[in-house]
Design a protein around this ligand. Sequence first.
Ligand SMILES: [Cu+2]
Length: 315
Amino acid sequence: MNRIFEYLLPPQRSTVASEVDSLFTFINVTGFILFMGIMITILIFVIKYRRKSEDDVTPVITHNSILEVTWTVIPIILILIVFSWGFRGFLTLSTPPSNAYEINVTAAAWFWEFRYPDGGTTMNEVYVPVDRPVKFIMRSDDYLHSMYIPDFRVKMDVLPNRYTTAWFEATDTGQSLLFCAEYCGTGHSDMLATVHVLSGNDFEEWLETGLEVDEDMPLAELGEQTFTSAGCNACHTLDGTDRIGPSLAGLFGTDRELDDGSVVEADEDYLRRSLLDPQAEVTAGYPANMPSYAGRLNERQIDGLIAFIKELQDE
Ligand SMILES: [Cu+2]
């Protein structure tokens, strides 16, 4: 029976996925059978008990104990099955194994940040080992978000001022999509991340090397990459049009009017301040809702972004 739904659902790539799908299928199939049973009975009764002549009189029926017990007991049994099955799944999903690999997750408008136990962070990309439980300890920097990985069948709200957790154990190497499942504003649909499931060895290797910044990559190229990975593109375009914030094309070297009426030149130092303390100088005409990237980007990424924004001059 599960096979039918396999075509409708994302691939099952975690240890809980098949259990979740079985319950989903059970509820759908019993629901469908009951629905058809009731509809067909109604049709038969409409025809069989229709008024056949002028003097047809409806008999007085007070009750039928056998019938009433049947339609009470069968639904109760079904509900108890669904409840105990669902509760078991709920317990599994809400009890992370104690040996889980823990990753701290921060959701913010509009990107995901992942911090690993050995130090190091990634943005909008998360690397996890296969066949090993992984626990996300999550918080939000601003609004309500929700962490959803359809392939793993896990979803959990991410709140400000409170930690929530979610865990999974991936069963296949490869990539899965993670996205925000709680509408959180204009950039909500850009709040996407990729889960990279690596084999044990590849994961160890990635921990050794993957978190180091590539020193060979030209600064502007690193900046371009960071522009996407740090989620700047949710709020800024590069083609002169406004999104949440101003377009960054042609910004460098111009005079910027701030909301307190003062004017500053958009030089390297201004760009740096825009990233590390965006609330200090707010460009006139725009909301003061850019998140601070202090502690989120390393020095080389900041230099890279500045080099990238400078290069946008020529376009
Ligand atoms: Cu969100």
